[in-house]
Design a protein around this ligand. Structure first.
Ligand code: SF4
Length: 648
């Protein structure tokens, strides 16, 4: 008997070429494959295969990967905003090859959007409206039972096109109460975890410890499961999954939870990871979206992770500091708004912290955003700024008129981008994108790390002031200076497109990592624009030393391997070695004493006799930064300074 071929396709956002990353672990498709394989009647009649694609694929590329040899009877696409258009057009080509084949779209981006999907892509047959696992079984039974794809009234949780072209939406399925009923794609082997060499084959392992989120933020449609009770997987099952992943050598576990650290079980989960690491050396890193309401579990988890040496960075997903904006976001009463103590506590524990803000939300103005940005930067100098995107099924999209939101779309993805709204004009939006270019390239990606607090506290130059000053100076220089023009072209592109996207950041980082004139530009700007603002003569030298330290400690992007520095081995890691760099001040002691986060830097500390002693030290830079960390990873811990002489 010929088995029917079922292809399950998902795609990550990162382009494989730019990041040299392995493909994303196909968790969503893995659940579907696992549940099919658990049903004996289906399993014997179906040949189910998963395709995990990198970002940036073309239609031809996708066709080549998924239909080079065989054409399936049904393709299920896990759809997100960045691949909606691509998968829609692949469906078109697929139907030319196999007109009677079935195409199913599932995922947050298309749920409850049947009419729109079928209008835009008539070759799509079915849209899933909720949790897909049980629904998928029903759909496959209909396929095997010879039911027409235009007569799927008995399959709950879908929309489909009837023969006359009308769209029929069936009743939704109830949410899966007991998540353990779902076979685990990790434990069943539905997802192949290792490559030919027996090593873990994905960039990180995706896991869910629970589903759902109790909040209802206006911009969010997290897994179609917001504003509801959180359902969790049992700790025994999670322990088994961690065991399998650790044995497979999984370096990083990425939890897909919306609020990890909210449930008592989460503490137990971390203990399981710690024990697995003791036995196998893995996992070494756990990433997640942390609970907005930081309860005692969260603090215990952080302590235990630190003690066990886990690498993780903690995000404070604040999104805005403006009351009016938070109100509109339906996040006004979240405990996360009491963020200062949490940030200071995380710094005191030596954990890396970054914060997130969204630009473009109703209620936000140009001034309120920068005010919030600087307030945040005083405690958390690394801030990731994202544009508001209008997603289907969100409060903002449903209430577009109320906020006078004007949106537009760029070719290639399906996100509504904000042009203007009641409290933000197009001009302000454009000006902000000029700022966001520097904020994302320079501050978020840690091109500077230590200068922020001293400048802010000692000279009242805030992070936004620093970035806008650089912006202004470089734009003035760009008329006559080719290097300034080179970087400003990337900045201007971001402004004209209203988008500081991945490619734009990559170009900006390439400039600062690789352009031979980048340091000279920064030095000239510092001398011209910042030094005159440092009135206290005792601070000029110290701040300039810290500025130089940040410049020199940038990682070495060794893409072309013509680095002239010698390579040395330290604790199993190769480093480029830059020897004998002198500073007029003991900035090594100053930086260790004050750190990068909230600190009590004041004039007395900065001008203390112990600080004004010259030092000499060596810099060590991790080799292979361009391959290992790539441009999208943070630059933290990629270079360090070792004091060799203190001329005290
Ligand atoms: S943004 Fe986070 S907290 Fe808010 S609804 Fe979405 S998942 Fe929940």
């Amino acid at each position: 008997m010929t088995k029917k071929k079922i292809w399950l396709v998902q795609q990550g956002v990162w382009r494989a070429k730019a990041t040299d990353r392995p493909p994303p672990m196909p968790l969503a498709c893995g659940y579907l494959k696992a549940i099919i394989e658990a049903e004996a009647d289906l399993n014997k009649e179906l040949d189910v295969r998963i395709f995990s694609l990198p970002g940036g694929e073309t239609i031809v590329g996708v066709m080549d990967r998924i239909m080079f040899n065989e054409v399936p009877d049904l393709i299920g696409f896990s759809v997100l905003g960045w691949n909606y258009d691509l998968f829609g057009r692949v469906s078109e080509v697929y139907k030319r090859l196999h007109p009677s084949g079935w195409v199913a779209f599932g995922g947050t981006h298309v749920a409850n959007q049947g009419k729109r999907v079928f209008r835009m892509f008539p070759d799509v047959d079915v849209v899933f409206n909720g949790e897909g696992e049980w629904t998928f079984l029903e759909l496959l039974r209909a396929l095997l039972g010879g039911v027409s794809k235009n007569q799927l009234e008995n399959v709950s949780g879908i929309s489909f096109q009837a023969t006359d072209g009308s769209v029929i939406t069936n009743d939704n399925v109830v949410r899966i109460r007991d998540l353990d009923q779902l076979p685990s794609p990790i434990l069943t082997g539905a997802i192949n975890l290792t490559n030919d060499q027996g090593r873990f084959k994905y960039d990180s392992a995706l896991m869910e410890t629970n589903r759902g989120c109790p909040y209802k933020c206006s911009f969010c449609y997290w897994g179609g499961a917001i504003g509801q009770k959180v359902r969790k997987f049992s700790i025994d099952r999670l322990a088994d999954e961690v065991e399998v992943l650790a044995k497979a050598g999984t370096r990083e576990i990425m939890l897909c939870d919306a609020n990890f650290g909210m449930l008592p079980q989460d503490e137990e989960f971390i203990e399981i990871c710690i024990r697995a690491r003791e036995r196998y050396g893995y996992p070494q890193n756990i990433m997640t979206s942390w609970a907005k309401d930081k309860r005692k579990y969260f603090y215990n988890i952080v302590r235990r992770m630190r003690e066990a040496g886990f690498i993780s960075s903690f995000n404070l997903a604040l999104q805005s500091l403006s009351d009016a904006t938070l109100e509109g976001m339906q996040r006004k009463n979240m405990k996360i708004n009491e963020w200062k103590d949490i940030a200071d506590w995380l710094h005191s524990q030596g954990m890396a912290v970054y914060a997130e803000l969204i630009w473009g939300c109703p209620g936000e103005t140009y001034d309120s955003f920068l005010e919030g940005y600087d307030e945040l930067a005083r405690h958390v100098s690394r801030i990731a700024t994202y544009p508001l995107l209008m997603l289907p099924n969100t409060h903002y999209l449903d209430n577009k008129e109320e906020h006078e939101l004007v949106t537009w779309q760029v070719k290639g993805d399906d996100f509504g981008r904000i042009l203007q709204h009641k409290t933000m004009s197009i001009q302000e939006n454009q000006n902000m994108h000029g700022f966001l270019f520097w904020a994302r390239v320079i501050a978020e990606h840690l091109l500077f790390q230590h200068i922020w607090s001293p400048l802010d506290r000692l000279v009242k130059i805030s992070q936004s002031d620093f970035l806008l000053s650089l912006d202004n100076w470089l734009r003035n220089q760009s008329n006559s200076d080719p290097a300034a023009r080179r970087i400003c072209e990337f900045r201007d592109h971001a402004v004209s497109e209203f988008d500081v996207g991945a490619e734009c950041i990559e170009n900006g980082l390439q400039f600062f990592f690789c352009d031979k004139d980048a340091d000279d530009l920064l030095d000239r700007w510092w001398a011209k624009e910042i030094i005159p603002r440092i009135k206290h003569p005792g601070l000029r030298g110290l701040l300039t030393d810290i500025f130089r330290y940040d410049c020199i400690s940038r990682p070495i992007y060794d893409v072309d391997s013509n680095i002239s520095l010698p390579v040395v081995q330290k604790e199993g890691q190769q480093y480029y070695w830059r020897e004998g760099i002198g500073f007029e001040h003991d900035i090594s002691g100053f930086i260790i004493g004050t750190g990068t986060g909230n600190s009590t830097i004041d004039l007395d500390i900065a001008t203390a006799p112990g600080i004004s002693h010259p030092i000499i030290g060596d810099f060590y830079y991790k080799k292979g930064f361009c391959n290992d960390m790539a441009l999208y990873h943070n630059a933290q811990n990629n270079a360090y300074f070792a004091l060799v002489d203190w001329n005290g």
